[in-house]
Design a protein around this ligand. Structure first.
Ligand code: ATP
Ligand code: MG
Length: 357
């Protein structure tokens, strides 16, 4: 099972990104949740508008599907400027970046998605462009090569990354403002779902919205995706009205449970509890038991299980928490309850970050 096929994956494929475009909030006022980032960004933008200058460069960090691209578009819209879009993997040579930068007009917003995946030489060019609005374009090769300085108009770079830790310090430091997006609270997700239902013309009742929100793993992209699946179900099985029970029945069909766990997540927990008495068990043993690659278990299933407090990564192996036993409707063996606190003391608080095996 690969993550792209999962109903609860944070990432989106091209088809889904097209469907998402219709649901994107277009202004800061329409952007639900993330109060702190929204307020901070509002100040940055207001100040820039008052000064009639391009605002400082903005870096947006956070897991997939939380609204980084959406915010980049909103920043450009709020400034009344076009948004130029590119991404780290598209910039493999400094020349790619030079071409982009030299094409910018004054005040334009350049969105550099997945900025952590940009090639090193381009990164160094970007430092200078961000700080001095200048790039050196190298003409020719070998000893005869010369660097021609090129002035750039003031522009605003909006960088986005799911892996802030991979950004070199000098790059991070050149952003005047960094917004950290966190997983959304259930009530924010509920508001997003209600808003999307309005746009999609879905007859959604309050308990239906709550039901979907609770299973969305803190992620607007997943919330919108589950809403589309529930809408399908309601159209063919429930007279088009999405109530709580209808949403629950629909998501049971898609095997997304009350916490937003899917079949893969549950099979990992299930093996951990039933086959290994709650652990500790090594990652590779656990992977074999569920018939998946170790990478799939570690990178696809575990981050959310850890974040939800259902699974712990300890130096001695994976361990099911008491909450995991409760979620599976099983009684934890006494030894696990007694053992648990000492194991969790050693746990890596960073949670989502992949660890050594
Ligand atoms: N705060 C929000 N309010 C309403 N809808 C939101 C919000 N944040 C995200 N969304 C919706 O969730 C979907 C995904 O958002 P977006 O594409 O901005 O995520 P992303 O952080 O750029 O993800 P990725 O890391 O995969 O590029 C979009 O359809 C967007 O409309
Ligand atoms: Mg994005």
């Amino acid at each position: 099972m690969v993550s792209e096929e999962r109903l609860v994956a944070g990432e989106a494929d091209a088809l889904e990104r097209a469907a998402e475009a219709a649901l994107r909030p277009r202004s800061l006022a329409d952007f639900v949740g993330q109060e702190r980032v929204r307020e901070q960004l509002a100040v940055v933008l207001d100040a820039a508008r008052a000064r009639e200058r391009a605002p400082d460069h903005v870096l947006l960090c956070g897991p997939p599907g939380l609204g980084k691209t959406t915010l980049a578009m909103i920043i450009a819209a709020e400034l009344g400027q076009p948004l130029r879009i590119t991404s780290g993997p598209a910039i493999q040579h400094a020349g790619d970046l030079a071409a982009l930068l030299s094409g910018l007009a004054e005040g334009e917003v350049l969105f550099l998605d997945e900025i952590h995946r940009m090639a090193r030489p381009a990164e160094e060019m970007l430092y200078m462009a961000m700080e001095d609005f200048r790039v050196d374009v190298v003409v020719g090769k070998g000893p005869g090569a010369t660097a021609i300085p090129l002035e750039l108009p003031p522009f605003t770079l909006v960088g986005a990354t799911t892996r802030a830790g991979l950004l070199p310090g000098p790059l991070r430091d050149r952003f005047g403002f960094t917004g950290h997006l966190d997983l959304y609270a259930p009530d924010d997700l509920r508001r997003i779902i209600v808003r999307s239902a309005g746009l999609l013309d879905v007859d959604l009742r309050a308990d239906g919205a709550r039901e979907i929100a609770g299973r969305s793993r803190g992620t607007p992209r997943i919330a919108n995706r589950l809403l589309r699946r529930v809408r399908d179900y309601a159209e063919v099985r429930a007279k088009r009205v999405v109530t709580g029970p209808v949403a629950r029945a629909a998501l049971e069909v898609y095997e997304v449970d009350a916490l937003g766990l899917d079949r893969l997540d549950r099979s990992v927990l299930d093996a951990l509890c039933r086959l290994f008495a709650g652990g500790p068990v090594g990652l590779s043993t656990l992977a074999v038991a569920v018939g998946e690659e170790t990478e799939t278990v570690e990178e696809v299933a575990e981050p959310f299980l850890v974040r939800s407090g259902l699974l712990a990564r300890t130096p001695r192996g994976r361990v099911a928490t008491p909450a995991a036993w409760a979620h599976l409707g099983l009684a934890p063996p006494r030894s696990v309850v007694a053992l648990a606190p000492s194991l969790f003391d050693e746990e890596d608080a960073a949670g989502g970050a992949p660890r050594g095996r």
